[in-house]
Every structure is written in C-alpha cells, then in structure tokens.
Design a protein around this ligand. Structure first.
Ligand code: TEU
Ligand code: CA
Length: 600
C-alpha cells in the first residue's frame, strides 16, 4: 500500500516535470507553426524614446526657464544621439501648480515655452531629422483655472457642472476619506453651493468626470487637434485613474486601503479607452503609452493587449520604483530587481513591454541603480545604458541620463520646488518623522533630482541659460558633468549611448528576440540572453562596486564581443569562468543559435 502511494506521488512529480518541458517545447513549436516566433513588428516597438522635460532642457531667452526655441537649438544634438522618438512633458498653457501637469488650455502653448508657431517649427525640425514626437495627454484632471472648471464651479446648474466630480459633504466634512497623492484630503469645498470637488493630486488639479459623454468628446477633440498637426502619439498621464468607483465609499469599506488601488482601474476604464481608440486613435498611425500604476501585471496587460484595441504600451513602475514606499527608499537586492525585469518582459504574445529606469518623477538613474561616486559614475552609467538598450521592450531614456547626470545634493527644504514634496511636508512631520529624516529620504527619492536643468557645458549656469539664475538650481557638478565634455571625449557616456543606439537599431534580434535570465540567483551579476532568428546576444553586467565572477555553462562559448564599457582583452568568449571588474558590462553575440536553443 505504502509503495503504491509513494509511486503515485513519484509519478505525479515526474509528470509535472515532464509536462513542464512539454509545455515549453509546445510553446516554441506553436510559435513557429503559427509564425508567432516573433512579435508582430511595429515602429514603436523598434523605437527608442527620449523624454524631454521642457522646463529644464534648454533656455533660449535668458529667463531661466527652458523653452521650445531651446529645444529647437538642440535638435541636431538629439539627432546625433540617435533617438527615434521624443516624448515631450506638458507644453500646454498652465499656471504651473505641478509644472504643466495642470492644464489651463489644451490648445495653447505655455507662454513661458513659446508660441504655437514655435511648436510647429519644432515638430517640423524633428520630422526633418526623422524623429517622431509624442506629447503628454493629461486628462485625468485639468487646472482649476481651465475655463471648464470656472464654469463648473460657478453653480450647480451650469452646463459644465458635470465636467468635474462634485459631491455634498458628509456631516459637515469631506464626502469620504480619500487622500490626495500630494497631501491632505482629495476633496476641496468650492463655489457658492458648498459642495466638494475631487482632486487626486493638488487642489489646483480637479479630476475630470469621464462618466460625462460630453467631457469625453471634448478630450477626443483635443486629441484630434494635436494629431492633425502631425504629432505621433501620446504619453497618457495617470490614465489608469480616469474611471472613478462611483460609490465614493470610504477607502476601508471597499477593501482597497491604498489610494493607488482605490483610484486605479475603475469599472469603466477599458470601455473609455476602447471608445477613445475607436473614435480617435484608430484613425492615425500613432503610438500610445499609458502611465499605469496601481494594478497587477494581468490588469496592466489587459490595457495593452492588442486584441483589446486600447493603448499600445504601458509604464510598469515596479522596476524603476524598486524599494520605494511613497517617499521612503528601502534597500533592494539585484535578485528582486531581476525578477521584476523578467515579469515585465514575460508579457504574452499580444503585449509589448516598456523599459525605463527613471523619468521626471524619480531620482537619477545612475544615483539609484549605479554608483554616482567619482570613481564609478562613468562605468555604472554606461552599464545602465547597456541594461536599458538591450532589454526586450521599448526603452525610454530620460534627458541627462546620456551624460550620466546625478542626484542633486539637497541641503534644505527651500531648495525644493516640487508640489508633491511641499504638499506632503506637514503630513510627514505630523506623523512623527523628523525633518532631517525626511530630507535624507528625499535625497534618494525626491522628484526634483530629475528636474534640475540639463548640464550643457562648464560655463555659468551650465550653459542652460544665459541669465543669472535658473528656475531650479543647477547641480554643482556641472563643471565635471556636461554635454560639451561628453561630445569631445570619444569614450564618454554620450558616445557610448550613441553606439548602443546604433547597435540596437541594426540588430533586429536585439529588439524582438526572446529574453532569458541565465543567472537569476547571482547577487551582483545580471546576465541574460536575447535570442532571435539570426543571432543570440549575451549581456553580462556586474552591477556592483566590487569585482565578481560568473560561471557560464559550456553553451556560451564562441560568442563574439560587440561592445563593452571597459577594455576587454579577448574579443572571443572561450572561457566559461568570467571575472568582471566593478560595474563592468559586456555585450556578446553569436550567430544563428536560435534553433539550437530550442532543441536544448
Ligand atoms: O505622475 C503620477 C504619479 O502619481 C506619481 O508618479 C507621482 O509622481 C507621485 O509620486 C505619486 O505619489 C504623473 C506625472 O508624471 C506627475 O509629474 C504628475 O505630478 C502627476 O501625474 C499628476 O499629473
Ligand atoms: Ca526661456
């Protein structure tokens, strides 16, 4: 009896194992039979996107604020770098409560940035150079200075009332206990009727009411306005938040304690996005990328599943925000990091991933993921370039990363500009945290690190402005870290990015190839392959400031070195015991190994 039982167990274990193998094999053979060995091609899958935060990119008129003519003066620079698409953070008319993420007029250019003629000139200049442009669509909320909101606030009977979300108070207090991401309640009392309006972000960013079909038509119209000008798509700000849970019940009572989960993926999100796609996006050859936090991978994948016809791409925040708990930065390990990268990469056939390490809401890439000390800043910035540009997914590169710009050494609170940092200050201190601790954390996590002006040269104000001051302090390390020096030095971070961009664009398998982590448990070395029809690429990155070793299995011999961030003696990989220096990264290639790999 006992033996029968044991054999049944063994049989079960064996068959699981066996099935496992079978499955893997079936997936591959299916892929080939159905011609699904590789994802369907699309220009936005092959593109590398460069994000411009216009306020901090380049000032042309000496007022200390970046502007469109400034961008125009740097188009050749972008062309030289070799990026395919520019994502421009908001350039619309705005009172700048949140640096343009609070729009007063969706059809007007922010005066500080220039005019519509400047915008058209920039767009034409980009197109001449074969660079596409996507703009920021911020339609979860508008500015409270938008005409719609002024009307809406003026009276309960105004036809624009339902463009926003108004509720009466409960027992003389806010309608529910929802908090704003930027401190305090998400409700603000306003107007003659004593009602409250909803704002997930600052008070000056009232949430739009997507339940109202008229509002939705307004949004579709403004999208057409920019698409008809020739922009190539949108980055969609907090798009997962547009459909509100209509009960407006207290957070605890709906069982979703965290605001991100309470606000994101509301019941009509997919319906709204399908409508937007059908009425607008499907009429243009454009790309869309949604900022989509607050959901599980499955929920995010539903947004970008091409069969659903909603949006093309989504930003998953797990990788860029690893270890983050609000403004608090916890320690994290490389093995966790690898798991998150793999999770992002493992989307199904109908999805395509994105990869980014920072944006205008996060610390600098080299300071968070590399080592920004004078000794290791350069090799680690180059290694992170290799990581970003050899992943499976559309890479998003943030301005300044191509020269290894670092976090700013904030010494006091008056150096910050960010509405989030200021808005949360009172709440954080009231919770018993000391200002010193908050400042220390913000020096790792704060949004202003990414927003200090671009360092163009070692001249005054880093060549960002000809004026005496800039809107946010320049990082004092501009004398060492700037574009001018990078352009002159053939071994600079800039030129390394440029070469990698070339390599990616010339090697389709590096774009579409399968992703496999070959050393998921290694604590310091990130090693993976990208396998396509013609070639397999092997990427080996020592993500630590000390020397380390990696044992490869014998199938990884005879790989040819493509590029490395440090001198490598032997261009042919014929030794399976590898020793890597601190932050050493190598990219190897071997031809025609795809079919062999399947058999293995
Ligand atoms: O950010 C969305 C967002 O919620 C976070 O990334 C945000 O930075 C904050 O840390 C949450 O605690 C987008 C924009 O990227 C950001 O710049 C805007 O401030 C925000 O939406 C509101 O429009
Ligand atoms: Ca200016």
């Amino acid at each position: 009896m006992k033996t029968v039982f044991v054999s049944i167990i063994i049989f079960l274990i064996m068959s699981c194992k066996f099935n496992d193998k079978e499955d893997r094999f079936t997936i591959h053979s299916d892929k080939i039979m159905e011609d699904k060995a590789f994802p369907k091609k699309a220009w936005w899958k092959e593109a590398v996107v460069y994000q411009i935060y216009p306020r901090s990119f380049k000032d042309s008129n000496g007022d200390g604020i970046g502007d469109i003519q400034g961008i125009i003066s740097k188009l050749d620079y972008l062309d030289r770098l070799g990026v395919d698409v520019v994502w421009l953070s908001p350039h619309f008319d705005s009172p700048n409560a949140d640096n343009g993420y609070d729009i007063r007029d969706y059809r007007k250019v922010m005066e500080e940035f220039g005019t519509m003629a400047d915008f058209d000139q920039m767009l034409a200049g980009l197109k001449q150079r074969g660079i596409k442009l996507i703009i920021d669509l911020v339609v979860n909320h508008s500015s409270d200075e938008h005409e719609w909101f002024k009307q809406s606030m003026s009276s309960k009977d105004n036809p624009y009332r339902d463009y926003y979300i108004w509720k009466s108070g409960k027992d003389g207090k806010e309608p529910n206990n929802w908090p704003s991401f930027f401190g305090g309640s998400a409700w603000e009392q306003a107007g003659p009727d004593g009602e409250y309006y909803l704002h997930y972000f600052a008070k000056k960013q009232p949430d739009l009411n997507w339940e109202n079909p008229k509002l939705r038509e307004e949004v579709y119209d403004l999208m057409r306005f920019w698409l008809d000008k020739g922009v190539d798509g949108f980055r969609m700000d907090v798009i997962a938040l547009i459909s509100k849970r209509q009960g407006f019940k207290d957070m605890d009572s709906i069982g979703l304690q965290h605001p991100e989960f309470t606000y994101a993926y509301g019941p009509r999100l997919h319906e709204f996005l399908k409508e937007m796609n059908q009425k607008v996006l499907s009429n243009y050859d454009v790309m869309t990328v949604g900022e989509a936090f607050g959901g599980t991978p499955e929920m995010t994948m539903e947004l970008t599943d091409e069969r659903n016809e909603e949006i093309d791409l989504a930003f998953w925040f797990d990788v860029a925000r690893i270890g983050r708990d609000n403004w608090y930065q916890n320690d994290w390990s490389l093995t966790e990091f690898k798991k998150l990268v793999k999770e992002q990469s493992d989307v199904n056939y109908y999805n395509w991933p994105t990869i980014f390490l920072t944006n205008h809401d996060n610390p600098r890439t080299v300071s968070k993921f590399g080592d920004d000390s004078p000794e290791f800043r350069e090799p680690s910035a180059k290694l992170l370039a290799m990581l970003l540009l050899t992943q499976r997914g559309t890479p998003f590169l943030y301005q300044g990363d191509e020269i290894g710009m670092t976090n700013f050494p904030f010494a006091s609170f008056d150096q910050f500009d960010d509405v989030e940092i200021k808005g949360n200050y009172a709440k954080v201190l009231a919770s018993g945290i000391s200002p010193e601790t908050y400042l220390e954390e913000l020096n790792q996590s704060g949004r202003d690190h990414a927003r200090t002006p671009m360092q163009w040269s070692d001249e005054d104000q880093a060549g960002f402005t000809s004026g005496d001051t800039s809107w946010l302090a320049i990082n004092p390390n501009y004398t060492r870290i700037n574009v001018k020096d990078n352009l002159e030095d053939p071994n600079s971070i800039f030129h390394f990015y440029r070469k990698l961009l070339d390599i990616r664009q010339d090697n389709e398998d590096l774009i579409y190839g399968d992703y496999q982590d070959i050393a998921p448990e290694h604590p310091n070395i990130f090693a993976y392959t990208r396998t396509g029809a013609k070639a397999t690429y092997l990427v080996i990155l020592n993500m630590s400031s000390s020397q380390d070793a990696l044992e490869l299995n014998s199938s990884y011999t005879d790989y040819q070195l493509v590029i490395a961030n440090q001198a490598v003696e032997n261009k042919l990989l014929n030794n399976t015991s590898l020793k890597l220096g601190p932050w050493e990264g190598r990219l190897y290639q071997k031809n025609n190994t795809y079919h062999e790999n399947i058999k293995n």
